[in-house]
Design a protein around this ligand. Structure first.
Ligand SMILES: Nc1ncnc2c1ncn2[C@@H]1O[C@H](COP(=O)(O)OP(=O)(O)O)[C@@H](O)[C@H]1O
Ligand SMILES: C=C(OP(=O)(O)O)C(=O)O
Ligand SMILES: [Ca+2]
Ligand SMILES: [Mn+2]
Length: 650
């Protein structure tokens, strides 16, 4: 042995004899000579964990180092529990539940932290019970909670937490409602915001709160939205599952310990009752799922769905209401920045490439999904990303692949029972498999997630009809036309027999989230693009060479080359020609992309079918835009006429 403390010699009886060296008397070291600072096993275990601290998103150094006014620790914990108890107060019983900090499983630990928050006036059993609060737990603690108590939670070979979201594996837009009162009935755009009244909201709120209070423990996250400190809001998420708490830990901005101590009263609260359904006898309820937004109360209630994306997109709706009031444009877009500070926005509906294309090894990631454009520039609303991971490959999307590690929530993926290796091709649970990770898991994330005014505005459409060009340069009026249209066409996925792509028009590429009339956002976008001289682009990340079933999806590598040419500015100076019907300007050459695919007509073998499909899509655009024809945009509505004229002509 090279540096052995002991040697092994082979005696005649065949058994190896161990001789320790340096011990002098030929006996082994006595372990008891090394003192363990504990007299009992329990004491030993208590040494394992150091004092409580809270996980953070790296903010700027100064904020982090700022000393905070120190009330006594006990006092601060008490205040926090009081604030949470107020959040969870039942409206009819007037008082909040009794709260205990910590895990009920560790009773001894919890018991000495009991706080009698408010004197109880009612005498029901629920008033006698304690609700344990698991407050801003760390990813490690949440892993333990999930694995111990939530069926379907596993650690994958990469270290991510695999979970199941239950019966719902996507959002439920038809079950999302907004309270209409005197103010909001004036302000809100009717169509996507299915209404409900205040009273019904309160019925559902009570249902969610009673459910949460009936549990042994609930998770509470206090976090921030929006990286621009001037327009940041404080959010509280009360949920029943560790999975939800970890998801929001990843998706919202994580406060420093100092910020947590001084958090105070949240600006907005989510009550996520998850699997607990709404009462279908309640007015307005059309299913067992209800996602209810009350802007006046600044509250959201979730009943009957565990799909975590509901929380993040629910808060996005809130931002779509609050931000425009401050002249800030909220955007359903990804965003990244070049080394020279050139910022690009990527708008698009789900699955069109916002996350994939904003995550670019050559550029700094500002965010993948939700942003604000204010007079200060661009800021990300969130602290994390939510990537689709169906057919995820290490080669094509290395940064997303590498972000799937400890701390990442992997929703609804399928993995090998033994190795826990994820099969990203497997759609057994759903096609909408997802990974949620903190933004700093992307190596070139731009932290803080803010940037200057955008230079390029890229509208993404996954055109399964295969007739939109891979890239077109848009005039301002065309940008507005396509922004208001919000087109994409997807295929129904795995189902057999689906030959016809489904066209979707979703105003501002986010009709499910916008709160005001689409033209309000469009006017702000036009004003900002003009002021900051941003160029508009339409990029088809969908089909080429024929519609779905005949052609193929454009290679991600080609789309990336197109995006590179937009970023570098080289595409601004390219030679262009105009397409028929849609009147789009398309480049004749893009570096790294076969020129013949740039005009889709070249890629279709059946030219007649091409023309027919093109006209069909143009007709769908025209039909969709009819409802917007009467709106004024810009001064004296001049832009409105231009925008209307910027649609297809046939
Ligand atoms: N040419 C392409 N451009 C962009 N994405 C593509 C392309 N081809 C295939 N994809 C896949 O489409 C999906 C786009 O999803 P994602 O970026 O998560 O969309 P979003 O963030 O807009 O919802 C990814 O799974 C990506 O791998
Ligand atoms: C979370 C979502 O975002 P996206 O699909 O746009 O990435 C969603 O739409 O449910
Ligand atoms: Ca995304
Ligand atoms: Mn999105």
């Amino acid at each position: 042995m090279a540096d052995g403390d002991f040697t092994v010699s082979k005696p005649s009886n065949g058994l190896a004899k161990i001789r320790t060296e340096g011990s002098g008397h030929g006996i082994c070291h006595d372990d008891s000579a090394l003192p363990v600072k504990a007299q009992t096993i329990d004491e030993l275990h208590s040494l394992q964990k150091k004092r409580w601290s809270s996980p953070t998103t790296p903010m700027d150094q100064q904020t982090q180092q700022q000393a905070f006014i120190a009330a006594s620790e006990e006092e601060r914990h008490k205040q926090r529990l009081q604030s949470i108890s107020a959040s969870l107060a039942s409206l009819t019983r007037e008082t909040g539940p009794k709260l205990v900090r910590g895990d009920p499983a560790r009773n001894a630990e919890g018991a000495n932290r009991v706080h009698h928050v408010t004197p109880t006036v009612s005498v029901t059993d629920s008033a006698l019970k304690f609700t344990h609060i698991l407050y801003n737990l760390s990813p490690a603690e949440l892993y333990e909670q999930a694995i111990k108590y939530e069926k379907g939670s596993f650690i994958t070979s990469a270290g991510a937490l695999a979970t199941l979201s239950g019966a719902k594996t996507g959002r439920s837009p038809r079950d999302k409602r907004v309270v209409i009162d005197e103010t909001t009935s004036e302000e809100l755009w009717g169509s996507p915001n299915i209404e409900m009244d205040e009273h019904t909201f309160m019925v559902n709120r009570e249902r969610a709160v009673d459910y949460l209070n009936s549990l042994e423990k609930v998770f509470v996250n206090d976090q921030f939205l929006n990286w621009d400190p001037e327009y940041q809001i404080k959010v509280r998420i009360v949920s029943a599952r560790a999975y939800h708490s970890l998801f929001m830990h990843n998706m919202c901005i994580r406060p420093t310990p100092e910020e947590i101590e001084n958090f105070g009263v949240p600006d907005f609260t989510i009550y996520n009752a998850g699997q607990f359904p709404c009462n279908r006898y309640t007015h307005y309820m059309t299913s067992s799922t209800s996602i209810d937004l009350n802007l006046a109360r600044r509250e959201m209630v979730i009943l009957g769905t565990q799909y975590a994306g509901e929380m993040k997109k629910g808060l996005f709706s809130v931002m779509h209401y609050l931000m425009p009031k401050k002249q800030i444009l909220s955007l359903h877009s990804g965003c990244n920045m070049g080394k020279d500070g050139d910022v690009a926005l990527f708008f698009g509906l789900s699955g069109t490439g916002k996350t994939t294309l904003s995550t670019d090894q050559n550029r700094l990631l500002i965010g993948d999904d939700e942003h604000c454009w204010s007079e200060n520039g661009i800021s990300n609303i969130e602290g994390g990303c939510y990537a689709k991971c169906i057919e995820l490959s290490k080669e094509k999307e290395p940064d997303i692949w590498n972000a799937i590690k400890f701390g990442t929530v992997l929703e609804n993926v399928v993995f090998d029972e033994h190795t826990r290796e994820v099969d990203y091709e497997d759609k057994s649970v759903t096609e909408n498999t997802r990974a949620s990770y903190p933004i700093e898991y992307i190596p070139n994330a731009k932290i803080p997630c803010i940037g200057p005014h955008p230079r390029n505005v890229i509208l993404l459409a996954c055109d399964a009809f295969g007739v939109l060009p891979p890239v077109s340069r848009l005039t301002l009026a065309q940008t507005m036309y396509h922004f208001i249209s919000g087109y994409t066409a997807l295929v129904a996925g795995t189902e057999d027999g689906i030959k016809e792509p489904q066209a979707t028009f979703s105003a501002c590429f986010g009709a499910a989230f916008i709160m005001l009339h689409p033209t309000k956002y469009a006017a702000m976008l036009a004003e900002k693009m003009e002021k900051h001289n941003a160029a508009g682009w339409l990029v088809n990340t969908g089909w080429s060479g024929g519609r779905y079933g005949v052609g193929n999806r454009l290679k991600l590598g080609y789309t990336r080359k197109i995006i590179d040419a937009i970023h570098s500015g080289s595409l601004l100076n390219a030679e262009y020609k105009k397409t028929e019907v849609f009147g789009l300007q398309i480049p004749t050459q893009v570096e790294g992309v076969p020129s013949e695919i740039l005009d889709p007509v070249n890629t279709w073998a059946d030219k007649e079918a091409y023309k027919e499909t093109l006209l069909k899509l143009a007709g769908l655009f025209r039909q969709n835009f009819e409802v917007f024809a009467d709106y004024k945009i810009g001064q004296e509505g001049k832009l409105a006429d231009e925008i209307f004229a910027a649609g297809p002509n046939f």
